[in-house]
Design a protein around this ligand. Structure first.
Ligand SMILES: [Zn+2]
Length: 309
């Protein structure tokens, strides 16, 4: 397997969910061994690598910070890039937050489909998990219960994500899948961000969701949904799995591992990545970095997205 990048650029623009700041992003090809790198074009192209050591404040979204430069709400775009097995890419952005667009990863998948994927003359390196690692914490919303996440050895990249929200439309939902461009596109990409109507004012009071609207998040009322229809009956569980994959992208290399998340969230996801990377006895990096002959380079492209339901 070879490292990849995109063939051509693609752009998008929109408001950030939490800051409300309007911004533009451009996806651009990057050479082998670059990884996934954000560049703040409003700050002289300041680079922020999508890697665990740059994780900053994490609560309702995942933010990266490097030398005081912040970038918020990276998870949906990173989920699309990581699931599409794109190893090297520049994400040029002129604001502090990735646009939320429709609240899902579908607009980013459409951008990547326009970009196309190109294989590079360098072998892909994988982070292969050798020993299990688990992170557990108390669930403050359900006394006596815990939230947990674990990563386990496997020969492929699999996720299992379980959520349990006391709401008639949510309840217990579980997603289990092998992560590939096709499974991500069909099972997760269109699942949107959601929030509970009762949380809107408290979140606004905390300075969050300033860019939130009925166009970019599912709003759950006490009995149902304010802005239906849902795209999937279990859209909430699917979205949490999307968030999980976006946070696991911060491992910095494709994972060969099985990840199980039980009522986890951005904080647990990123704690898992940080603890994993901090302990090299838990993993190894497989496949050499040696350059390959020119003739091994070739072009490929992602297949088109499925029609909307
Ligand atoms: Zn999300």
């Amino acid at each position: 397997m070879f490292q990849t990048t995109i063939i051509r650029e693609a752009v998008a623009e929109g408001v950030g969910l939490h800051t409300g700041v309007y911004g533009h992003i451009r996806l651009a090809p990057a050479p082998a061994e670059t990884g996934i790198v954000f560049r703040r074009v409003d700050l002289d192209n300041f680079p922020i690598e999508a890697q665990g050591h740059n994780v900053a404040r994490v609560s309702y979204a995942t933010s990266l910070m490097k030398q005081g430069v912040l970038l918020s709400t990276t998870e949906h775009l990173l989920a699309a890039i990581y699931s599409c097995a794109i190893d090297n890419i520049y994400i040029d952005i002129d604001s502090i937050e990735v646009p939320i667009l429709d609240g899902s990863a579908e607009p980013f998948m459409q951008m990547l489909e326009k970009c196309g994927v190109r294989k590079l003359r360098r072998r892909r390196r994988y982070l292969k998990v050798l020993k299990p690692l688990e992170v557990v914490e108390d669930d403050p919303s359900m006394p006596g219960q815990v939230r947990r996440i674990g990563i386990y050895p496997a020969d492929e990249f699999r996720v299992r994500c379980y959520v349990d929200f006391p709401h008639p439309l949510v309840g217990q939902q579980e997603v289990e899948m092998l992560v590939s461009p096709d499974t991500f596109r069909h099972l997760l990409a269109r699942a949107r961000t959601f929030c509970f109507e009762r949380d809107i004012e408290p979140l606004r009071a905390m300075g969050l969701i300033r860019g939130g609207s009925l166009e970019n998040a599912i709003v759950l009322t006490s009995e149902g949904v304010r802005n239906g229809p849902l795209r999937f009956p279990d859209e909430f569980g699917r979205h949490k799995a999307l968030d999980l994959i976006g946070d696991l992208a911060l491992a910095g290399l494709p994972l060969l591992a099985r990840v199980e998340a039980h009522k986890a969230g951005h904080s647990l996801h990123t704690q898992l990545v940080s603890r994993l990377l901090a302990d090299p006895s838990l993993w190894s990096i497989t496949t050499s970095e040696s350059a390959l002959p020119e003739s091994d380079a070739y072009l490929t492209a992602l297949s088109p997205a499925p029609a909307a339901d």
